[in-house]
Design a protein around this ligand. Sequence first.
Ligand code: GTP
Ligand code: MG
Length: 420
Amino acid sequence: MTSDKTQNTAVIVGIAERGSELEECERSLDELTRLLDTAGGSVCARVIQVKESFDPRTCIGSGKVKEVSELCTSLSANLVVFDFELTPAQIRNLEGDIGGDITVIDRSMLILDIFALHAVSGEGKLQVELAQLRYSAPRLMGKGKDMSRLGGGIGTRGPGETKLESDRRHLKEKVVALERRLEEMEHNRSVMRASRDRSGLPKIAIVGYTNAGKSTLLNALTDAGVLSEDKLFATLDPTTRKLELPSGEHVLLTDTVGFIRKLPHHLVKAFKSTLDEVVFADVLMIVSDATDSELSEHLKVTEEVIEELGASGKPTLFVYNKCDMLDERLELDERDSAVAISARTGEGIERLVALIEAQISKFRKKYKLFIPYAAQSAFSAICNTYSAEDIEYTDAGVSLFAVLDERGRGLYGKYIVQGI
Ligand SMILES: Nc1nc2c(ncn2[C@@H]2O[C@H](COP(=O)(O)OP(=O)(O)OP(=O)(O)O)[C@@H](O)[C@H]2O)c(=O)[nH]1
Ligand SMILES: [Mg+2]
């Protein structure tokens, strides 16, 4: 199918404001190449514009537009992907200036396209569709351009594919309807979360840069059977599994969608309900690919997104993965709750589990409680949720020992006689 092949051949364009940013721009374009590969496309040429001033009409100068246009013709490309966000008007201007049957998309549209390919759950699909309607659709409309013309190629796929043929007003109505359905789903998710909360089990969110090995780690720890792939954004829907610690205690581990640099705010917001798993976690486990030359940049991006979500300041474990691929031992600061592991070979997993246990024990403590008979329901609730021992019935009420977490302390703090 030659037409499909042509459809997926792209010229990619990066921008560096100053010469000193060239290296970073190249690395970002390397990543864009991987993103395109994940979406089923290939890169035939890359163009970098180094510029001092910004041209709001096309972002890049007319000379560069001509260069891109010529490359598209000579290399039979029909897709141009810009490594930065473009407005609908800029896309129209660029498509007009480049000419031919070229489709221009930006990095966010490409990421959304991959999300569309990888979304599994109803909620995930809905979130992608909504994000596409809000972001990609206005950029693909105008000049008679619609999704059908693009033939379902990169930047155009997704649950909303056929709907994107509608006009703006129709689009708006669709957005409102989707928002409502998503609200219902978010409500269901919060009910589910509340029921998990009632279990009183500590929640750990596995977060980190895309392809760091988060899903592989969840599988290694819990036999979760989550898809792990050498692809960017293999995981879109969060999966939660229970892990039994050597002490017999349980924790809930949730695998989440990976982060990436230049992840626009609106994309983070679009996946709010799945990312809430991070917001409501008790502990964060930041997984990094220790073999990646951009390890520190990836960590920085991860921490930035966590902050953007309002989830910073939580107890955090730093997990350096894929150390089976390292020639040398990783120098880690032990005080930082950091551990080098290989989710593939199992190396270091024991130490990671010990770190999880140590972290959990910090906010789980044994207390002596006294509950008057009048508060009988609190007594039953504690017995159901927390292991109670040394129960003694006295004239006025029940005295007992129980290991309480933060939530338990909040609920039953008034019955605490002493902490141990
Ligand atoms: N050598 C080696 N490869 C690993 C290790 N852990 C994961 N991988 C590989 O890294 C790739 C990405 O792993 P995933 O578990 O899918 O990564 P992820 O962080 O869940 O990625 P996204 O869901 O896409 O954000 C896969 O090809 C894994 O087989 C490891 O410890 N060593
Ligand atoms: Mg994953």
